[in-house]
Design a protein around this ligand. Structure first.
Ligand code: ZN
Ligand code: ZN
Length: 281
């Protein structure tokens, strides 16, 4: 597996989104185990320890999958590109005038990453990198753990703010602070306002990641990539489509990005998949 040498996000928007996510996730973890959870469970109880361990698992997988998305090079330059000799199959290849090369089917040029990406899905601002054939797995697990982590934190935080500490937080000013947390922090730097900022970011992260997972899952199930025309050519059935993204050891791959899960396809010669799909029809 080849790693990107220049993996740090390039555009201003990407740098902002990446830093916010990279800093916000560990801060949320510390906030939950030091401020919120002790109000729910005794710190020596089994449920407190179990919840902390689950939080650590989520924190590790979120950060590690995020870094894996950034580090794994999924550009077309990582593989030996040999267009098929068959004229009918070669029609799916295209010439990229920026990279000055014949690029395989399903690849696309990203102007931010400045290269052609194998089976390009989309450019992800939170990782500052393109999601394509070789790092799609890490993106899927990053999103999945973001939904679980942010929703879990939002539920705990909602009870903490609106019920356990209702006397402090339930007033009209809290609503203003939730809607304009940065504005309030500028005028009134306090732990209370900082906690509300974390709460609001968690609510947004939970809602946004749910929308993203609802958007991406049908594409993955159908073997398609984002906004792909004629995607039915690559539909091999749900199980094989999942293996194409998550690898041959997908039953273990969710544990950690360090678990090896070899991809069954090279991300270049999709003609084989198309021929296979046609045979099964
Ligand atoms: Zn290109
Ligand atoms: Zn890109």
């Amino acid at each position: 597996m080849r790693l990107r040498r220049k993996f740090f996000p390039r555009s201003l928007r990407d740098i902002g989104c990446f830093l916010m996510m990279f800093i916000f996730i560990p801060i949320t973890f510390v906030f939950e185990i030091t401020v919120v959870l002790p109000d729910f469970h005794d710190q020596s109880s089994a449920i407190y320890i179990l919840t902390c361990l689950l939080g650590l698992f989520l924190l590790f997988n979120l950060q590690a999958n995020m870094l894996a998305c950034m580090l794994v090079d999924t550009s077309a330059r990582t593989v030996l590109l040999t267009p098929p000799s068959n004229e009918r199959q070669r029609q799916y290849w295209r010439y990229c005038s920026v990279c000055e090369m014949l690029a395989p089917p399903r690849s696309w040029h990203c102007s931010i990453c400045d290269t052609c990406i194998l089976k390009r899905d989309h450019h992800c601002s939170f990782t500052g990198s393109c999601i394509g054939h070789k790092n799609h797995r890490y993106f899927v697990f990053f999103l999945l753990y973001l939904v679980i982590g942010a929703t879990y934190a939002t539920i705990y935080n909602s009870i903490y703010f609106w019920w356990l500490h209702a006397a402090t937080y339930v007033n009209w000013l809290t609503l203003v602070k939730i809607v304009f947390p940065m504005f309030m922090l500028c005028f009134d730097v306090s732990w209370q306002n900082f906690y509300l900022l974390i709460y609001m970011l968690n609510v947004i992260a939970s809602a946004y990641s749910m929308v993203l997972i609802a958007y991406h899952t049908p594409y993955i199930m159908r073997g398609a990539k984002d906004c792909e025309k004629h995607a039915q050519r690559y539909d091999q059935g749900v199980r094989r489509n999942l293996v194409t993204v998550l690898g041959k050891r997908m039953k273990l791959a969710w544990l950690s990005p360090f678990v090896e899960s070899e991809l069954p396809h090279d991300g270049v010669h999709w003609e084989n998949v198309m021929d296979d799909t046609e045979k099964h029809r």
